[in-house]
Design a protein around this ligand. Structure first.
Ligand SMILES: [Zn+2]
Length: 321
């Protein structure tokens, strides 16, 4: 019997991997910088690290089963091919699944990173047992995944789940990193929140923000914003409020389209209880009918940065039954 699977969260800057039990316990883990350069040697290094990780458990290698990889970019999940990924320079039509399977002699499953994270939440996290849910990842950008009747929605060309780019503002919309305007990400992604924060501080001619001094000497983070808002800083409270309203508008759109049982917020921006509370307060005014919110849960991820590798491992263990 297999005791565990391997989950890999392949990111643009770092790769996290873990040997995970069917109960979601990470019994060995490793994290290292994503190798630069061509895909082939990068995948060979990935395979070497997986072998080393498996050895480090002290378990017989045959008791550890398949390998799951959550990866950014556009994929062909059936064939395990990474078509393109803006965060992985030079990765074009990379048969990641085959290369890893050949190098490791193990079945390998390649899935989209947001799909991996939502599978982590369903199998091991706050969304256990929920069959209709949406994951919104609020990191540098905003991403997500939609699950309907227990299945991750991939769409016609595998492009479903770009929740950060639903349009929430039509009049005087802010530019988004994607080239469009008025996207949710332009308001609720950390990069754009920081941009708005600097604009607000530049307008703050009376120097009343608690962050005004710090902004002159050190780079500010969203954690600074949430801290200052919690201290009652009016400018930062205004930004949290604006972010909450944008998120609530996006979530209301999702509620109307999908009527999920839960929306799970993940990523650094979701770690502010003040922000999440404000989203909850705005929602009733934005939904068509109170019934959307009956029996509905707005949750934050309990898995944190492990969601991706846990979900990738869950996908791998699904392979081996
Ligand atoms: Zn966008």
């Amino acid at each position: 019997m297999e005791l565990a699977g391997v989950g890999i969260d392949l990111g643009g800057t770092s790769i996290k991997m873990g040997v995970v039990t069917p109960e979601g316990e990470v019994i060995a883990r490793n994290e290292f910088a994503t190798p630069d350069g061509p895909a082939r040697p990068a995948v060979a290094e990935l395979a070497r690290q997986v072998r080393q990780l498996i050895n480090s458990t002290g378990l017989p290698a045959e008791r550890i089963g398949s390998v799951g990889v959550g990866t950014p970019g556009i994929l062909d999940p059936q064939k395990g091919i990474v078509r393109s990924a803006s965060n992985l320079v030079g990765w074009v039509d990379v048969p990641l699944g085959d290369w890893l399977a050949d190098a490791l002699g193990r079945k390998t499953k390649v899935i989209n990173d947001a799909h991996a994270a939502v599978m982590g939440e369903i199998r091991f996290g706050t969304a256990r047992g929920i069959r209709d849910l949406v994951l919104l990842t609020l990191g540098t950008g905003v991403g997500g995944a939609v699950v309907v009747a227990g299945q991750v929605v991939v769409g016609n060309r595998g492009l479903a789940g770009e929740l950060g780019h639903m349009r929430i503002e039509m009049s005087r919309p802010r530019p988004c990193g994607c080239g469009l305007f008025g996207c949710l990400e332009a308001y609720a992604g950390a990069k754009n929140i920081l941009k708005r924060m600097h604009e607000a501080l530049a307008d703050d001619i009376q120097e009343i923000s608690l962050l005004k001094e710090k902004s002159k000497t050190a780079p500010l983070t969203v954690e600074d914003l949430f801290w200052a808002a919690n201290e009652g800083d009016g400018i930062m409270l205004g930004l949290v409020d604006e972010t909450a309203l944008a998120l609530a508008a996006g979530i209301a759109n999702l509620l109307h389209a999908l009527n999920p049982k839960a929306v799970v917020l993940a990523g650094g921006v979701s770690r502010s209880p003040l922000l999440v509370e404000k989203v909850r307060e705005y929602l009733p005014d934005l939904v068509l009918n109170p019934a959307y919110l009956e029996d509905f849960r707005l949750e934050t991820s309990g898995l944190g940065p492990d969601a991706g590798l846990l979900g990738a491992a869950a996908a791998a263990m699904g392979l081996s039954g």
